[in-house]
Design a protein around this ligand. Structure first.
Ligand code: CUO
Length: 694
């Protein structure tokens, strides 16, 4: 361990995290509340532009915790990462930027010791584009053997400009400069700041602009990078998870839309048609001093030709790739780079297709199937300046940290999901034998919600929350500055499931819980083939079922959901792990659907839904798990997988709703086998706003 000197020592090998603090301030300015200062071994470590500053100001900044940084035998070659100017915008969807990021990540991961990793990071930090640096260092920290146990600070803290109205950031800056800490009041962030009710799409802005949802999405792409060393990219079933996690986002978005009397999102099939939905994000980047460009209603997409990003492609390229992918799906096989047919099989086909469509370096043939999803993001993100004649950079669609704010994100991802559904619909339907669990019968399900008198009712409301913005405010005095924002929340609830086991011994099962709207836009009950796309995963867990005569009563709390992480983890603070959590158990776990968005909003009169509960045979679900220690934070495994492990469910992701049904099944009622139960429930939105807990 490298000892920190002076003041309080930081814990083992944790100092590197402080390089993520206030990304635009040099490394020799104190970081975090503890005032961590990195001490360069020699002047060479300082970026040239900073050298005169250090000479002039000497050690004016002080700092309580000094972290000496060792010299390194060979300084890294940063020529590729340096191609991205410091004030440019960085996008994971632009191929050159992806290449640059991959190089930087591999430089960091090529270090043999923590000391070396820290030294190279310090050396690189103030030379490079801050957003690129934060992305690459975060990926490297998550994967480096000596740092993988560390917690990453939430991106909303490092770059609040990606999450907050720009007025809030300037008010925060003013507060930090003018007021003593004790006199600072939380800055109110209104819920409706991006549009008025004239824009019907604005009814679901609370979903699109939710901080936790956007943080989850950024974190997911951090855990599942699509370029770089295969060791990092090639995680178990990552292509399939790309499909499933995004499919669930679309399902949840459509669910929210139906709650708000909006129709399901329409696909962006014709790239030549004006995009009806405008979006004005009103975000501001604190690092690149730029405004995120809006998109006016009726914008057109264009061919892209932007020299500085080495980016040139035509809309026709996107169309061609899409056609080729559709052709491959219909022929049941893709062609690899040697011209060999690789089947899109029932088991692995979806994983292969996910990597092709996204696309990742695992795509079997990037020259044939191209870079459809990523460059679709790019084409949309540059609608306002496709050839850089106005020297503008991309809009929110160009960054996974912000893309989900824009209504067009869902239209594009609905188009992408459609390809996956084409493949899924071409697969054989699940037979009764693949669905049933002979001997197991669910006899009753109750949903009990705290504070509600009637069973089988969810309750939602608004909740206010304070978020400290000071970590992202470069060059302003220290101390917290809070923004007070509100988000959707639900009352905690418990599922009570009664199940009988008539097999003569205890057996294992997997409980799978889904929720879908009961009626479509016209108030009619849906066909199974439509409703299956709207079933959102609520939970999945393993149980032991005792054999008769006693019935099994299984209780499961909403806070245990397999898709979500607690609020505290979404907004994890750099320096204080939430109560009850040790630092090392905190790790990798920033990925996960925010707990507060588990239940869709519903309506004040009660939105009718169907809760589906199934117990599947664990023998068919079981995975021969990779040996190694138990993962400490499996909470959000359904969307994020398990670190260094196989995806913990052998079934296809989305099972049993990922395929068209067997013959004779028109509605969900026909679909049910005895190990399943369907129940009508309602979601009531109470309209109240809860204040933050002090
Ligand atoms: Cu997550 Cu398009 O993949 O944003």
């Amino acid at each position: 361990m490298r000892a920190a000197t002076g003041g309080k020592a930081t814990s083992i090998q944790q100092e590197i995290i402080y390089l993520l603090d206030r990304p635009a301030e040099p490394f020799f300015v104190p970081k975090g509340e503890r005032g961590v200062v990195f001490e360069a071994p020699n002047r060479e470590f300082l970026a040239e532009r900073l050298r005169p500053m250090v000479a002039e100001l000497g050690s004016r900044w002080g700092g309580e915790v000094k972290v000496p940084v060792s010299a390194v035998a060979a300084l890294p070659d940063l020529s590729l990462p340096l191609q991205l100017p410091r004030r440019a915008s960085f996008s994971l969807f632009i191929p050159l930027h992806r290449k640059i990021a991959a190089r930087l990540v591999s430089i960091f991961l090529g270090t043999k010791t923590y000391e070396e990793f820290l030294s190279l990071s310090v050396y690189a930090r103030d030379r490079l584009n801050p957003y690129l640096f934060v992305y690459a260092l975060s990926v490297a920290i998550l994967h480096h053997p000596d740092t993988r146990g560390l917690r990453l600070p939430a991106l909303a803290e490092m770059f609040p400009g990606r999450y907050m109205h720009r007025g809030v950031i300037s008010m925060a800056r003013a507060q930090a400069s003018i007021l003593e800490q004790t006199n600072r009041m939380p800055i109110n962030v209104p819920r409706d700041y991006t549009a008025s009710d004239l824009d019907t799409e604005h009814r679901v802005a609370y979903f699109r602009e939710d901080l936790g949802i956007n943080l989850h999405h950024w974190h997911w792409h951090l855990v599942y990078p699509n370029v770089g060393d295969r060791k990092i990219v090639n995680k178990d079933r990552r292509g399939e998870l790309f499909y499933y996690m995004h499919q669930q986002i679309i399902a949840r978005y459509n669910f929210e839309r139906l709650c708000n009397r909006l129709g399901r999102v329409t696909r962006l099939l014709n790239l030549r048609e004006p995009i009806e939905e405008g979006y004005f994000p009103k975000l501001d980047s604190t690092v690149a001093s730029r405004v995120w460009q809006p998109r006016h209603a009726g914008a057109l997409l264009h061919n892209i030709n932007r020299e500085q990003d080495q980016l040139r492609f035509d809309l026709e390229d996107l169309e061609r790739w899409r056609d080729r992918i559709i052709e491959a799906i219909h022929s049941g096989a893709v062609m690899d780079e040697t011209g060999k047919r690789v089947p899109l099989s029932e088991g692995e086909g979806i994983d292969r297709l996910g990597n092709i469509v996204e696309s990742s370096v695992l795509s079997v043939n990037r020259s044939l199937y191209g870079d459809l999803h990523n460059l679709g993001h790019v084409a949309i993100a540059y609608a306002h300046d496709p050839d850089a004649r106005h020297l503008e950079t991309f809009s929110v669609m160009g960054d996974p940290a912000t893309a989900m704010r824009d209504p067009v994100f869902y239209r594009w991802h609905a188009t992408i999901d459609d390809l996956f559904q084409m493949h899924k619909n071409a697969l054989p339907a699940y037979t009764v034998a693949q669905l049933d669990y002979p001997g197991i019968k669910i006899t009753k399900v109750d949903l009990v919600t705290e504070g509600r008198q009637n069973p089988n009712e969810f309750e939602t409301f608004w909740q206010q929350r304070d978020l400290d913005l000071s970590r992202g405010l470069d060059f302003s005095p220290r101390g917290p500055v809070f923004a007070r924002f509100s988000h959707l929340q639900h009352a905690p609830f418990t599922y009570k499931i009664t199940a009988e086991n008539s097999i003569n011994k205890p057996v294992l099962g997997t409980v799978r819980i889904f929720l879908a709207p009961k009626y479509d836009e016209r108030g009619l009950e849906m066909l199974f083939r439509d409703q299956k796309l709207l079933f959102i995963e609520m939970d999945k867990f393993q149980i032991t079922l005792k054999s008769k005569p006693t019935a099994n009563v299984i209780e499961r709390a909403s806070s245990s959901s397999s898709i979500s992480i607690p609020f505290e983890r979404t907004f994890q603070d750099l320096e204080s792990p939430p109560p009850g959590m040790t630092e090392s158990s905190f790790n990798y776990c920033g990925c996960g659907w925010p707990q507060n968005m588990l239940v869709p909003k519903g309506t004040s009169e009660g939105f009718p839904c169907q809760l589906f509960v199934m117990i599947s045979n664990f023998n068919d679900d079981k995975v021969n798990q990779t040996p190694g220690p138990i993962t400490k934070c499996p909470d959000a495994a359904s969307f994020c997988g398990l670190r260094d492990k196989k995806y913990p469910d052998k079934r296809s992701m989305g099972y049993p709703f990922d395929r068209n049904p067997r013959n004779g099944v028109d509605t969900i009622y026909h679909f049910l086998t005895p190990n399943m139960l369907l129940m009508d429930v309602n979601i009531f939105f109470s309209g109240k706003t809860e204040s933050p807990t002090p």
